[in-house]
Design a protein around this ligand. Structure first.
Ligand SMILES: CNc1ncnc2c1ncn2[C@@H]1O[C@H](/C=C/CNC(=O)c2cc(-c3ccc(F)cc3)cc(O)c2O)[C@@H](O)[C@H]1O
Ligand SMILES: [Mg+2]
Length: 214
């Protein structure tokens, strides 16, 4: 049977990237998705904005919602300090299996904990199950209609502290209007829009960075 897009993306990594070299994994995926087959990775342009926010926050604990093939997981994990931990949630087992191999090819398994499951089920259990008190950085890149409910859930579960940073992909395309309205109007967030483009295209998109004020 025909391969899946994630399988073909993994093939491009295994063919063109060097094991243990996260930069070459990122480059291989971007080259494949720009020249052969589009895929919904945050991409190189928004990826540079992601890199700058990760470097600025220098997080000890990171939560990523929506691993997909692990492109942003690799982008984030490669910048983390030695004992920092990144927990990434992915509820599609076939996609999770690809992401594990992409993360392993980059040699970043020790910094990443990929959890198979739905954010709604896992967010309430993260504290006791993973011994995490709060997250310094959360990257939202899963189904767009879940950005807002999951943010409220993280607040309710006490997973955010004064200064926690939420970084949301795709706030323009496909868009997350209810989430944007919430973080921009709530007195509990200081929000800023980083204008960019939809991965590998000229279409406008951007990242919203929102600092939780406690
Ligand atoms: C709801 N809770 C959840 N918990 C755990 N994993 C979840 C999840 N929701 C979704 N996922 C997983 O995240 C991934 C989903 C990501 C959704 N992303 C998008 O829809 C998306 C879509 C576009 C896009 C933009 C324009 C266009 F024409 C077509 C697509 C661009 C992006 O950058 C995107 O991130 C999948 O791997 C899915 O299995
Ligand atoms: Mg995205």
């Amino acid at each position: 049977t025909r391969s899946t897009r994630p399988q073909r993306l993994l093939g491009a990594v295994q063919k063109n990237a060097t094991r243990g070299d996260p930069g070459s994994v990122i480059q291989a995926i971007d080259h494949y998705c720009r020249n052969k087959e589009w895929a919904m990775n945050v991409g190189d342009e928004k990826g540079c904005i992601l890199d700058s926010v990760v470097s600025e926050v220098n997080p000890a604990t990171v939560l990523e919602l929506g691993t997909y093939c692990g492109y942003s997981t690799v982008r984030i994990a490669r910048l983390l300090p030695p004992h920092a931990k990144l927990i990434t949630l992915e509820f599609n087992p076939a996609v999770a299996a690809i992401a594990r191999q992409v993360i392993a090819w980059a040699g970043l398994e020790d910094k990443v904990q990929l959890v198979e499951g739905a954010s709604g089920d896992f967010i309430p259990r993260i504290k006791e199950q993973f011994g995490v008190k709060t997250f310094d950085l959360v990257f939202l890149d899963h189904w767009k209609e879940y950005y807002l409910p999951d943010t409220k859930l993280m607040e309710e579960c006490g997973l955010l502290r004064k200064g926690s940073v939420l970084l949301a992909d795709n706030v323009v395309c496909p868009g997350a209007p209810d989430y944007l309205e919430y973080v921009r109007s709530s007195p509990r967030y200081e929000s800023r829009y980083f204008k960019s483009h939809l991965e590998y295209t000229k279409v406008e998109d951007g990242l919203e960075k929102s600092v939780f004020l406690g």
